[in-house]
Design a binder for this molecule. Structure first.
Ligand code: AMP
Ligand code: GLY
Length: 680
């Protein structure tokens, strides 16, 4: 058979002896965002699309809808075969001269309601609520005659109709098709949300007919009961939109020009889980519409049978807790990067040195902000500049001591770069501060001075991502109170954290609201500067007695030990870890409600010498009895932070009781140290 045209979705062949027909051969390739086919293929996609398109066309035939589809030849060739129609832009597929069948150069969009990702919501969010359905379907037109689809009003749409065809006829034909389709899918348990059609006109019989195959990628379908899971490549778009690769695609497209695809970075490797999931969705849909049952689709949507592989880099308590949560959400934690569907980078030093970017350059689906974006953490100065530009209240900064009032409190001295928690100096004596400044100057270490605030601190966590409409958004992941000082009563040196309470006991809903605005403003500011931030961001906050909430610092990652407390707080049914890693089927990830009532308490068990350098302890083996309300996260870190006990309960007291009851039975209790005043 002679190949006439090769599309991103299907190849078109000529059938020997049938000069007026075309055979569509769908492919396993998949293309998104106009970048062309991605390097990986979706197994079984070709057969599934063909089966689906033929089942739909057979049904419309049965219902008397005229189509270019040729049922007899389709059966004979086990492919989608249609009659040729003369096309204003494509010559090679035209019928023999003199044919009366012409293509109507309109793309016709029918909408039954507002699915996740619908452009209607972006246009008018007050009028269109996600998930709502219209009383009657609506119809819109765009032109097929230009490089990009352009919306047309009715008057202009009418001018594109061939001689002798009115727009009312087009509409009435399309509504008829729409109603048959809806009926068809509904009987299969599917909800149709919108569809794109193309039609032809026969100038001899003056009849309209449907052109081209209807596949899941031209219509938005969901399975009833799973209305946030798109059953098409929309799902792939949703995953990819969260990646820095997509940011680069968008940036280049916005610049315009013909060569925007040149030198485009490697797209993230989709990996076995994403490919397998898409494959099962396509296969499941084809089976469903061709009466072979709903088993494949249901099991794909329930996530049965395929476990995503996740690698969380790092051996600290935070990473151990994240691994536990990923496993809890059905993922398998692995050590091998090349096997992983997702690599989660959460160490500040890794992010600052560009580990996540280096992985991405190799095609690894790495999650974690880029080196450029995580600069909000590794340069205090840059972080401050972004926060101020984003309109966030911050303590005043300067580089010169004379900028601060002599009668006021001494400013805080901060080293500019990452300092593993040792970069902040709080002095009570001016001479000591001056001495430290002189020391940093001598060593040519960049620093800044910051107005000293007074009040309590809070940590708030957000995921900066793109929503189903591609807009920058900040999703709240929870809050916590961190206990940084080593000894009882907040005495002693700062540590990485001796414990945490989650959610933070003193935060009000309005505080979370404010922090959400700040997180979003940060994302918008970074986006504006061409350094889009994707991933978890942690706001270090203080409620200053005089000024109210101020932002003390950004961290480009989860906190440790706050994460150990958070992973047990996230509601059981929500796929928070998965959605951070884009291993969820839901195109609209759930919010963590700020009104959840459970509390968690995390207690760090540390070496008596911690935070000074310490030789490893010889500990007796101990694995406490864990439950849904008590977890034990062991680290293999050499820092002196040995393990964490996390309790959950209706009150902090109940959570704490669980932790301390377990600890008092521990053979470690005379070997390790902890802070017993976390509940006070
Ligand atoms: P950081 O390394 O930025 O988390 O700072 C360590 C600790 O220093 C914070 O948790 C605060 O307790 C304290 N700190 C930092 N900045 C200020 C400030 N502007 N005013 C008062 N305390 C601060
Ligand atoms: N708990 C403080 C931090 O992770 O930086």
């Amino acid at each position: 058979m002679k190949l006439l045209a090769q599309g991103s979705n299907k190849d078109i062949y000529e059938i020997p002896g049938e000069p007026d027909h075309l055979l569509f051969s769908f492919s396993h390739r998949i293309s998104v965002f106009d970048v062309g086919a991605l390097p990986e293929e979706i197994e079984g996609r070709a057969e599934s699309l063909s089966l689906f398109a033929r089942a739909v066309a057979e049904h419309l035939d049965l219902k008397g809808i005229p189509q270019a589809f040729d049922s007899k030849l389709s059966k004979q060739y086990s492919a989608f075969v249609q009659q040729r129609v003369s096309h204003p832009r494509v010559d090679c597929q035209s019928p023999s001269p003199g044919s009366a069948r012409v293509f109507v150069p309109l793309e016709i969009i029918v909408r039954w309601g507002v699915p996740v990702g619908s452009s209607l919501v972006k246009k008018d969010p007050l009028r269109y609520a996600v998930g709502s359905r219209f009383e009657k379907p609506t119809v819109d037109f765009t032109t097929k005659l230009e490089a990009q689809d352009r919306p047309l009003d009715r008057t202009e749409a009418a001018t594109l109709c061939p001689e002798g065809l009115g727009l009312e006829e087009v509409e009435s034909f399309v509504f008829n098709v729409a109603s048959e389709l809806q009926e068809f899918f509904s009987r299969k348990g599917l909800e149709i949300w919108d569809a794109k059609f193309e039609i032809g006109f026969d100038s001899k019989t003056r009849g309209l007919f449907l052109v081209d195959a209807v596949t899941p990628d031209e219509i938005r379908l969901t399975l009833k009961g799973f209305d946030r899971v798109p059953l098409s490549k929309e799902l792939l778009r949703f995953w990819l939109r969260q990646t820095p690769w997509f940011d680069e695609v968008s940036r280049r497209k916005a610049l315009g020009g013909d060569d925007w695809k040149q030198g485009l970075p490697r797209s993230p490797r989709l990996g076995a889980w994403r490919l397998g999931t898409l494959s099962r969705i396509y296969r499941g849909l084809a089976e469903l519409v061709s009466e072979q049952g709903s088993h494949t689709l249901l099991s794909a949507l329930r996530g049965e049978g395929l476990r995503p592989k996740v690698r969380v880099i790092g051996e600290g308590g935070r990473e151990t807790a994240l691994r536990w949560r990923f496993e809890r959400e059905g993922c398998e934690c692995v050590e091998d990067t090349l096997q992983a569907d997702l690599v989660f980078v959460s160490l500040d030093a890794d992010l600052a040195s560009g580990v996540a970017d280096a992985y991405r350059a190799q095609g690894v689906w790495a999650v974690g902000p880029s080196q450029a974006a995580s600069r909000v953490e590794w340069s205090k100065r840059f972080g401050r500049e972004i926060a101020m530009a984003a309109g966030i209240r911050c303590p005043r900064i300067a580089t010169d001591l004379s900028a601060f009032d002599v009668s006021g409190p001494l400013p805080v001295l901060k080293m500019d770069g990452l300092a593993a928690g040792k970069g902040v100096f709080l002095f009570d004596k001016r001479e000591e501060l001056e001495q430290q400044i002189a020391e940093l100057r001598k060593q040519e270490i960049e620093y800044l001075l910051e107005e000293r605030c007074e009040g309590f601190e809070a940590s708030a966590f957000f995921s900066l991502e793109r929503d189903a409409w591609g807009r920058v958004s900040a999703r709240y992941l929870g809050s916590a109170q961190d206990f940084k000082r080593r000894y009882l009563g907040d005495e002693g040196p700062n540590t990485g954290g001796m414990g945490a309470l989650a959610p933070h006991p003193k935060l009000l809903a309005e505080d979370i609201e404010l922090f959400s605005q700040w997180a979003l403003a940060t994302a918008v500011e970074l986006e504006k500067r061409g350094t889009p931030y994707r991933g978890v961001i942690y706001l270090g906050l203080m409620k200053d007695l005089r000024r109210g909430w101020v932002l003390i610092e950004y961290n480009a990652r989860f906190g440790d030990p706050e994460t150990q407390a958070l992973v047990m707080l996230w509601p059981e049914s929500s796929l928070v870890a998965r959605s951070l890693g884009q291993l969820s089927l839901l195109s609209l990830p759930q919010e963590i409600s700020s009104s959840a009532t459970d509390k968690t308490l995390c207690l760090a068990l540390v070496h008596p010498e911690y935070p000074r350098a310490c030789a490893p302890l010889k500990l007796e083996p101990w694995s406490p009895a864990v439950s849904d309300n008590l977890r034990f996260f062991r680290t293999s870190s050499l820092s002196g932070r040995i393990a964490y006990l996390v309790g959950r309960g209706e009150t902090y007291l109940e959570a704490g009781d669980r932790v301390f009851a377990s600890l008092l039975k521990s053979p470690w209790k005379d070997q390790v140290e902890w802070r017993s005043d976390i509940l006070k």
